[in-house]
Design a protein around this ligand. Structure first.
Ligand SMILES: Nc1ncnc2c1ncn2[C@@H]1O[C@H](COP(=O)(O)OP(=O)(O)OP(=O)(O)O)[C@@H](O)[C@H]1O
Ligand SMILES: [Mg+2]
Length: 228
């Protein structure tokens, strides 16, 4: 689905990997390692300074950027909702393409396990966890194939984070999504990931299966990171 060939961008150096459909990839490593930089290359919030990225066999820059961003949805740590109701927020993306139908509202809230009367609520009145669910619903409104998640639960308390994890787990299954998630929470990585990319100093130091790479790290660098 994605192929990186000798990609350089900012801190990232000579990044090579492929992602297959329905992979559930966890990007992890020290702060400043380049995780967000790498994630943002997948929906062209970043472009490589050097090297090539292919999406579905075609150079990523040859896809229309709007089509790419519909297919490759992004959810950040802080829910970036605009003022208005939940409905205003979730219909925004599809409306741009004349693709919104009102019956979708209830279904989208179902996906993120919020009651449908939330559609008319003002987003300012929601809790952090509820806002993150609405952010997810808004991304899902575009029917993405790939979900990019940059520390989606790190601003939430432990229980709320687990609830969001459960929502994510159901969504991956139901929509057969491909996922790339940055997380500092290794228990969350174990629960949601099938593959890990350990990134340090702008390089992929280890690329392996989860949980194997947590239980038997191949490099001293990863072993040290896991000890901390
Ligand atoms: N737009 C930018 N311009 C210049 N430097 C940047 C930019 N964005 C990130 N950096 C730098 O690149 C490095 C990698 O940043 P990045 O945000 O990818 O790290 P990260 O692994 O996501 O870290 P964290 O876990 O703290 O989120 C950092 O040193 C950062 O300061
Ligand atoms: Mg980051």
């Amino acid at each position: 689905m994605f192929r990186f060939e000798h990609v350089y961008q900012g801190v990232l150096q000579d990044i090579n990997f492929t992602i297959e459909k329905q992979d559930k990839v966890i990007l992890f490593g020290p702060s400043g390692a380049g995780k967000s930089t790498l994630l943002f290359l997948l929906n062209r919030l970043n472009d490589p300074e050097k090297g090539d990225i292919f999406f579905n066999g075609k150079p990523i820059e040859e896809h229309s950027i709007t089509a790419l961003r519909k297919q490759v949805g992004l959810v950040l740590q802080a829910p970036n909702l605009f003022p208005g109701t939940v409905l205003d927020n979730i219909k925004y993306g599809p409306s741009l393409f004349g693709e919104w139908e009102d019956h979708q509202g209830k279904k989208l809230l179902d996906y993120v396990q919020l009651p449908s009367d939330y559609l008319e609520r003002d987003v300012d009145q929601l809790s952090g966890g509820e806002r993150q669910r609405v952010s997810l619903a808004r991304t899902l409104a575009n029917s993405p194939e790939v979900l990019l998640l940059d520390e989606p639960t790190s601003a939430l308390d432990y229980r709320t984070a687990e609830e969001i994890e459960e929502v994510l787990e159901c969504l991956m299954e139901e929509h057969q999504l491909t996922m790339l998630m940055v997380t500092h929470n290794l228990n969350q990585a174990r629960r949601l990931g099938t593959r890990g990319l350990f990134i340090s100093d702008g390089k992929i130091v280890e690329d392996g299966k989860i949980p194997d790479m947590f239980d038997q790290p191949k490099t001293e660098e990863l072993a040290k990171f896991l000890e901390q």
